[in-house]
Design a protein around this ligand. Structure first.
Ligand code: AMP
Ligand code: ZN
Length: 653
């Protein structure tokens, strides 16, 4: 190694340390100290040096992106056996356990922690470095999932201890991450955060693990260094592990129950699944005296929350016709209590879903609240004698026209004449996040369709008072307030209009992003798949829905008509005449005087739009020091690049 190399390697060490510090602040402490752009540009610079030298340091964050798929998992023998936990099903059972221990050890202190519902993993460090991560398996031998687990940003790659230690914990997928993932993969959503976490790690392709953005919460191990759970937690936190969100020290059963009750009331607000709490004896000396049974430690117990699954009868399946003509089966159930709510209905995806789950009318089905939010039918437990098979409909339940298959779904193609589609389309268009037309209820939409033959939202804009007077219950006041609400909706913002169009799989969040990136409906209509999938919120399926929507003649005509009545918003406020009107700008690197936030404000207040990724729609890149891959991409797309001086000059003109 020559002198120059060693200078570069020192520089890489410093960069890795800085990035890991920022990553720790962001992922573990949830308290970022720098803007994403600063992290990104240093990261890009590190990548560049790694490519140049061919050296990737052991704790480099670039190791976390997920390498090549494996052909199979190797088995891994744990150094110390991993145990399961004994369970208390009732508070009485828990009290019996606690009181028995207190008779033997009157001053015993207990800890109460959340029992995370994910996949339990065991990580091994040696000489301060992460050397392996494995699943629990049978407690003695598990599967080596090191490549997969390394993608988890809350798992430190290096720690402070030189000797060999094992640290065990639970890998989870946060519900917010699950929702983000599902917004991007609407055709193949993950049903449940626990299975999503387990599936991410027990997947041979580490890139799948990386994409799911898991977390790891650690709760045991390194017992050679500490004498209690409290000390262990401190030690783990000190080594930058993420530790339990709830950690209470208590000494009576009353206190334990108080903590449990608090957790149960908080449970619905957590961004992760738990299936109970774990009560442990704090002192490791007492733990040693009590020891283990075949399966469990005698010094800990799990109090499990009530089962999330119940059985009930499937009474009927109703086929609902959505605004795009897609039919969705809705199951009507014998009402049943689940997680404190009465469940009467559950949605199913399509007919294949019904077959796959083995459902028939009157069958007993197992119901689960996945993520504790949406009730879901898992499968039929039993198909009794008076069970009736469920047949897919051949004709639309609303307009009776013949249904067509498109992919896995059935569609009614009678777009302009199907009452269900019209009503859903009009009320979606009028909803708050869309064009916000107050007074256009489902009932009014139905009346507009049946009495005045209105089938597309654009027709609302030519309605007259005389026509509205033909509807039941429409007198002067109601007529004029509906007409003025319709008129007001012409000044809808671009994001709300994109949402209002009713494109399959586009919610308000992705509509906002599309508005920001494309700036107008015309630009969005021209967007190709590559440009669409460049957007964070947009995956393949969503991109396809957008393209399919704009390929359709009826939709294009509808948009023309809307534009003709004056509905054609751009993302930039049309009243502002800033120097950057019409500019879509990307920031990259560190500017000499302006912070990223100040620069963004300056651009926006002058009519420009700031977006995060470089696409063909971007026409200006503001680059500072340490600009990374965004700059390269801008150059390759021939986009104008300016520095801070250049920006200020542009604004003075
Ligand atoms: P079980 O698999 O139901 O016997 O419960 C034992 C499992 O609970 C352990 O293997 C861990 O994966 C999991 N667990 C979740 N949170 C904790 C915690 N705070 N302490 C101990 N185990 C936990
Ligand atoms: Zn129909």
């Amino acid at each position: 190694m020559n002198n120059n190399d060693s200078i570069i390697i020192n520089e890489m060490h410093a960069m890795v340390e800085q990035l890991n510090k920022w990553g720790y602040e962001y992922y573990v402490l949830d308290n970022a100290s720098v803007a994403d752009a600063a992290y990104d540009s240093l990261y890009d610079k590190l990548r560049q040096l790694e490519k140049q030298t061919g050296i990737v340091l052991d704790n480099s964050p670039t190791r976390r992106v997920g390498g090549e798929p494996l052909s199979k998992f190797q088995s891994h023998r744990h150094l110390t056996r991993l145990y399961s936990l004994d369970k208390a099903q009732t508070k009485q059972e828990l009290a019996n356990w606690v009181n028995k221990i207190l008779t033997q050890y009157p001053n015993c202190v207990f800890t109460v922690e959340l029992k995370y519902d994910g996949l339990s993993v065991n990580s091994t460090y040696n000489e301060g470095k992460l050397i392996s991560v494995a699943t629990r398996g049978n407690g003695i031998v598990g599967e080596n999932i090191t490549a997969q687990a390394m993608c988890i940003k809350t798992l430190p790659l290096t720690i402070k201890f030189d000797s060999q230690v094992e640290i065990a914990g639970e890998a989870i997928m946060r519900l917010s991450q699950l929702n983000r993932y599902n917004a991007k993969h609407p055709d193949n959503p993950l049903k449940n955060a626990r299975n999503a976490a387990a599936g991410a790690l027990r997947n041979l392709d580490p890139r799948v693990s990386a994409e799911r953005n898991l977390d790891i919460i650690m709760y045991s191990g390194a017992s050679q260094y500490v004498n209690s759970q409290v000390q262990l937690n401190d030690l783990l936190a000190d080594n930058q592990f993420k530790i339990n969100d709830v950690f209470e020290q208590v000494s009576t059963i009353e206190q334990i129950i108080k903590v449990i009750d608090d957790i149960e009331t908080q449970r619905a607000t957590y961004d992760f699944l738990i299936d109970g709490v774990v009560i442990k004896i704090n002192d490791f000396g007492i733990r040693q005296e009590l020891g283990y049974t075949d399966k469990f430690p005698r010094w800990a117990i799990a109090y499990k929350f009530e089962a999330e699954q119940v059985a009930t009868t499937l009474l009927d399946v109703e086929w609902q016709v959505g605004r795009t003509g897609k039919l969705t089966p809705l199951a009507h159930l014998e009402p049943v209590e689940l997680c404190g709510a009465t469940i009467k209905r559950a949605t199913l995806n399509n007919y294949d879903d019904i077959i796959r789950k083995g459902l028939s009318l009157n069958s007993i089905v197992l119901l689960r609240r996945s993520n504790d939010v949406i009730p879901e039918i898992l499968y039929a437990l039993d198909n009794c004698q008076d069970c009736q098979p469920i047949h897919p409909p051949t004709h639309c339940p609303s307009c009776n026209s013949q249904l067509q298959h498109k992919g896995a779904h059935l569609y009614c193609l009678n777009r302009r004449g199907c009452p269900a589609q019209i009503v859903n389309r009009l009320s979606h268009y009028a909803s708050r996040n869309a064009c916000d037309i107050e007074g256009l209820s489902d009932k009014t939409a139905l009346a507009l369709a049946s009495t005045l033959d209105i089938s597309m939202p654009s027709q609302l804009y030519s309605l007259t008072a005389h026509e509205l007077a033909q509807l039941d219950g429409f007198k002067d006041k109601r007529i004029s307030s509906l007409l003025s609400a319709i008129e007001r909706s012409k000044s809808v913002q671009l994001s709300n209009l994109i949402y209002a169009l009713g494109i399959d799989n586009i919610g308000i969040v992705s509509a906002k992003e599309l508005a920001r990136v494309y700036g107008s409906i015309d630009n969005l209509m021209r967007a190709d798949k590559e440009s669409l999938t460049n957007i964070d919120e947009v995956g393949e399926v969503v991109a396809d829905s957008i393209i399919r929507f704009f390929d359709d003649d009826i939709n294009r005509r509808e948009i023309n008509t809307l534009q003709a009545v004056g509905i054609n918003p751009t993302y930039v406020d049309t009243n502002s005449v800033g120097a950057l009107n019409g500019y879509t700008v990307v920031l990259t690197g560190t500017l000499p005087t302006l912070t990223r936030q100040e620069a963004t404000q300056l651009i926006e207040s002058n009519g420009g739009v700031v977006v995060s990724s470089v696409t063909k729609q971007v026409n200006l890149v503001l680059a500072g020091e340490n600009a990374g891959s965004k700059l390269d991409k801008a150059q390759s797309l021939n986009i104008t690049i300016i520095d801070e001086q250049g920006l200020l000059r542009l604004l003075k003109k």
